[in-house]
Write a protein that binds this ligand. Structure first.
Ligand SMILES: Cc1ncc(COP(=O)(O)O)c(C=O)c1O
Length: 378
């Protein structure tokens, strides 16, 4: 059976060209980048070239990019770091952030006695800019952490408007941009957020490597202590192959952004239309239109009259790999903190599926997926 992979928001298949670029850094170029001899210097040069590539694509300075082991480490380092370096009294966020953010915030607030303001979101997962402004007015010296795109629903934040508001009220703004780096264009000279992060495996690079962006003039302490790598901000011998692969993957994504987006939107729109014409009992969780949502994610809820259809399991049996918007195990429980944060209708959320697309997917695979769903649900 030919399997169909529609779980690219969890991790995308690595581009083979990226793998080729990484290969020399395993066996041929094997020094330590911190060594001052030539074996080390070659690697240091490769790391700095990768930093420059990533910075250029974001319109940032290379000195504002710091390599990490991925998105989670970057979220943790930024959130903990900002709280320890700045006198922040309130963190403003939402319930629907990735757990790397929600759990970090919970931990910080409990440990440091910091006030937490959770903005509510509408049925599509949007915050209200007015509510954000009111919160910023009421809580000076805040840190704001709002994700650029939700990984379960694909709903996009108006990152420019949030950035402008945070600067107007002198709040520090962190955006978890793990789902948008490599997918949405960034101009950090225009969008003056203070902290953001990326993870290579979400844009056809390797797993286990990512980066944080820290705007010039802002500083946070290290979370991992040891050597002086990454200008004392992230100790540990660098994942050179990963860093080089990440930069190449990012470069390739942005070089082909228009064609890539066109293909992904064709896949997403075809699935959306195909589902609407074959099923009367569905809803879409989150925004689904271009400009308001990611091309890579479509979260669908099926109302099956209160019956749990084990869609992930049944799709898997039919050869389709997807994730759930809901991990519920019984009755009306909504397992996804994102869907419950959006007050999703339990009738639909009980059988929710996140389809997430990648450049390797084809329209034929979308047709096969619709057929598989028809066989399971009709
Ligand atoms: C929005 C978001 N933030 C953070 C992460 C964590 O990234 P990583 O898997 O690289 O630690 C993910 C991964 O699923 C994500 O989607």
């Amino acid at each position: 059976m030919k399997r169909i992979y529609l779980d690219n928001a969890a991790s995308a298949r690595m581009d083979e060209e990226v793998f080729e670029v990484m290969k020399p850094y395993f066996c041929d170029l094997y020094g330590n980048p911190s060594s001052t001899h030539s074996h080390g210097r070659v690697l240091k040069t490769a790391i700095e070239k990768a930093r420059k590539t990533i910075a250029n694509r974001l319109n940032a300075a290379p000195s504002e990019i710091f390599f990490t082991s991925g998105g989670t480490e970057a979220d943790n380092t930024i959130l903990h770091g900002v709280i320890s370096n700045y006198s922040i009294s309130t963190i403003i966020s939402t319930e629907i952030e990735h757990h790397a953010v929600t759990h970090s915030i919970e931990h910080i607030c409990k440990e440091k006695g910091i006030n937490r303001v959770m903005l509510s979101v509408d049925k599509k997962g949007n915050i209200s800019l007015n509510a954000l402004e009111e919160a910023l007015k009421a809580h000076p010296k805040s840190m704001v952490s709002l994700m650029h795109a939700n990984n379960e629903t694909g709903t996009l934040l108006d990152i420019q408007a949030v950035s402008d508001l945070c600067n107007q009220y002198e709040a520090l703004f962190h955006s978890d941009t793990v789902q948008t780096v490599g997918h949405e264009p960034f101009d950090l000279q225009k969008t003056k957020l203070h902290f953001m992060n990326g993870a290579a495996h979400k844009f056809y690079g390797p797993k286990g490597v990512g980066f944080m962006y820290i705007r010039q003039g802002y500083a946070i302490p290290a979370m991992i202590h040891g050597g002086s790598q990454e200008r004392n901000l992230r100790a540990g011998t660098e994942n050179v192959a990963g860093i080089v692969g990440m930069a190449h993957a990012l470069e390739k994504c942005y070089a082909n952004l228009e064609a890539k987006e066109k293909h992904l939107w064709a896949l997403k729109n075809r699935l959306k239309q195909g589902l609407l014409s074959n099923f009367s009992n569905i809803c879409f969780h989150g925004e689904t239109e271009e400009g308001k949502s990611l091309s890579t994610v479509l979260n669908v809820g099926f109302d099956c009259g209160g019956e749990e259809k084990m869609l992930l399991f049944n799709l898997d049996i039919k050869g389709v790999s997807v994730s759930g918007g809901s991990a519920c195990t019984s009755g009306s429980l909504i397992g996804s903190h994102v869907l419950s944060g959006m007050n999703a209708d339990p009738a639909y959320a009980m059988n929710a599926v996140r389809f997430s697309f990648g450049i390797q997917n084809t329209l034929e695979e979308i047709e096969d997926t619709i057929q598989a769903l028809k066989e399971i649900l009709h």
